[in-house]
Every structure is written in structure tokens, then in C-alpha cells.
Design a protein around this ligand. Structure first.
Ligand code: C2E
Ligand code: MG
Ligand code: MG
Ligand code: MG
Length: 289
């Protein structure tokens, strides 16, 4: 490249950097007020039991439609909130909304469990169990309506402390899951030390499972070991019927993915649940495309 091209390239790069920087600043600045004004929302994605062919649980996922930036993926603003100390606001907002929703759904869908994702930063807060107990008490709902998802990395940052906090959460009666399993560096043997009930195998191993025999082997070995160690196994990110047939032979207990449903606003989720109670068998039948 000549000098002119090079300097134009640098200018372009600089402009891109500035733009990204501005976007990040806007996100960081607007998040607290957006939470306070309840302009974020929550979608629910069903977790389907393969044996029972029913849905008794869902994962709650945060959504932010920003007035000028449009839809901001949760991965993006969660990462920023973790770095700026705003994550506690996000987590408390999610927990209180999801617990309130669980309270509403108790009578119409008894036994339905809602899972909230925690960030690694949440898990070094010694006050977390008390914060959650307080929110449950306020809403007058039992801890068993709630599940929490944490990643391997969240545990590894400070295992002793995080395990202590996880144990307190489990003692409250909250179900715990290891999220995105297989993408971190911990082993199943290590997981055995955690007071965790469920292992969620990352979408990376599920998304091509019907074509990739390596993925199939990984999922089979992981789920056999995890179940042997007493964990329930969930496969994340199933998108088609061929993959479902595979997962049923590989010993997974529950499945979450676009094949059954994308994450949906609460009302759509309710409609989906009612529809699924009638038609679950169709999702499992050979004829379904
Ligand atoms: P995650 O906890 O692993 O959530 C699963 C993600 O996979 C969700 O993305 C979901 O929409 C997506 N997904 C589920 N099934 C399929 C599928 O079949 N195909 C494809 N392509 N994707 C599928 P989402 O909602 O964009 O969330 C991304 C991540 O952001 C989450 O990963 C979680 O780590 C984080 N996140 C979302 N909401 C929250 C929250 O309230 N608090 C915290 N701390 N993190 C959150
Ligand atoms: Mg999750
Ligand atoms: Mg995940
Ligand atoms: Mg994730």
C-alpha cells in the first residue's frame, strides 16, 4: 500500500474506533435510566423434557430496544455493565421482574421454573444470597420457582468464594445450572465439587450435531459422564428435527432451542405453552419438517 492508502486506512480505522467508542459510551450512560424506567424487557425460551415431552421450565433472557441504537444484543451490554459496575442493577432488575412473573404463573402453570443468568461479577458478591432471598420474600414466592445459570469461568475466577456463595443459593432451594458447558476449561470431575443440579451443553456442540460425528461423540460422552455424576443434562441451541432424534439417543434430559421455540415475550410464551400442551407429540414425530 502506498502512503496515501495507508493514511486513509488509518483514518477509516480511527473513525470506526470513535464510532464504537461513542456507541459504548451511549450504552453505559443510558443503561441505569433505562432499567429504572423499565424500558428493557424479558423474553422466555422453553426448556423441553425429552422423556416427558413437556415444558416445566424456561430461561429468561434480557432484551434492550434502544431508542437510537436499536436492538442491542445482551452479550454486548452485559459485558459493558460488568466493566462499569452496573451489572448489579441489571441482575436485580432481572431477578425482581422474573420473580414477579413466576408469582403470576404459579397458579396457572404450577411447577414452572424460570432460570436467570448470573454474571461472574454477581458471584463474588457475598450479599447475593441475601439479595435474592429478600426479593423472593417480597414477592411471596418459594425459592423453587427460580433457577440460576452460571458459567464455568464464573466459578474459576475465585473457586472457594464462588462455591461458598453457590452453596448458600442451593441451600435456599434454588436450582443451579452450569451454562455453556464445554467452552471453558473446567472438567466434569471438577463440576462434581459444585452444588449444581444441571449441566447445559453449549450450542457449539449441538448446532451441527446431525452432520458432525465428533460433536455427537462429545455430547454423548459429556452427557453420560454428567448423568453418572448426578447432573441433569440440557442441550442448548437445537434447531432441527434431525438433531432432536440424535439428542434423544445421546441421553440428554432437556432441550432448548429454536426448533421448539425462540425466546418470546411473556404473553407469547404463555400461548406457546398452551399450544405445546396440545401438540407436543408433533414435535417428536418423524413427519415434522
Ligand atoms: P446463554 O445464557 O447461553 O443464552 C442462550 C442464548 O442462545 C440466547 O441468546 C438464546 O436466544 C440463544 N439461543 C437459544 N436457542 C438457540 C438456537 O436454537 N439457535 C441460536 N442461534 N441461538 C439460540 P441471547 O438471548 O442473545 O443471550 C446471549 C447471552 O447473553 C446469554 O447466553 C447470556 O450469557 C447473556 N444474557 C442474556 N440475558 C442475560 C441476563 O439477564 N443476565 C446476564 N448476566 N446475562 C444474560
Ligand atoms: Mg443461560
Ligand atoms: Mg448458554
Ligand atoms: Mg452464553
Amino acid at each position: 500500500a502506498n502512503a496515501k492508502q495507508l493514511s486513509e486506512g488509518i483514518a477509516g480505522y480511527q473513525a470506526g474506533q470513535d464510532e464504537r467508542h461513542l456507541r459504548e459510551l451511549t450504552i453505559i450512560q443510558d443503561l441505569p435510566a433505562a432499567l429504572a424506567a423499565d424500558t428493557l424487557s424479558i423474553c422466555y425460551q422453553p426448556k423441553v423434557s425429552l422423556r416427558q415431552q413437556n415444558c416445566r421450565a424456561a430461561e429468561a433472557l434480557i432484551r434492550w430496544q434502544h431508542p437510537s441504537l436499536g436492538f442491542i444484543p445482551p452479550d454486548e451490554f452485559i459485558r459493558l455493565a460488568e466493566h462499569t459496575g452496573h451489572i448489579e442493577l441489571v441482575t436485580d432488575w432481572m431477578l425482581s421482574k422474573v420473580i414477579a412473573q413466576a408469582a403470576l404463573w404459579q397458579s396457572s402453570y404450577p411447577g414452572l421454573k424460570l432460570a436467570v443468568n448470573l454474571s461472574p461479577v454477581d458471584l463474588i458478591d457475598e450479599q447475593l444470597p441475601a439479595r435474592i432471598q429478600h426479593l423472593l420474600d417480597q414477592a411471596r414466592v418459594p425459592a423453587k420457582v427460580l433457577a440460576l445459570e452460571v458459567t464455568e469461568g464464573a466459578v474459576m475466577q475465585d473457586p472457594e468464594r464462588v462455591i461458598r456463595i453457590l452453596r448458600q443459593l442451593a441451600e435456599l432451594g434454588i436450582e443451579l445450572a452450569i451454562d455453556d458447558f464445554g467452552t471453558g476449561h473446567s472438567s466434569l470431575a471438577y463440576l462434581k465439587l459444585l452444588p449444581v443440579h444441571e449441566v447445559k451443553i453449549d450450542r457449539a456442540f449441538i448446532k451441527n450435531i446431525e452432520h458432525n460425528s465428533d460433536d455427537e461423540l462429545i455430547v454423548e460422552a459429556t452427557s453420560r459422564l454428567a448423568k453418572g455424576l448426578g447432573f441433569r443434562v440440557t442441550a442448548e441451541g437445537l434447531e432441527n428435527r434431525e438433531g432432536l432424534a440424535k439428542l434423544m439417543t445421546l441421553g440428554c434430559d432437556t432441550v432448548q432451542g429454536y426448533y421448539f421455540a425462540k425466546p418470546m415475550p411473556a404473553l407469547d410464551f404463555e400461548r406457546w405453552l398452551q399450544q405445546f400442551q396440545q401438540t407436543a407429540v408433533d414435535y417428536f414425530s418423524e413427519d415434522r419438517a
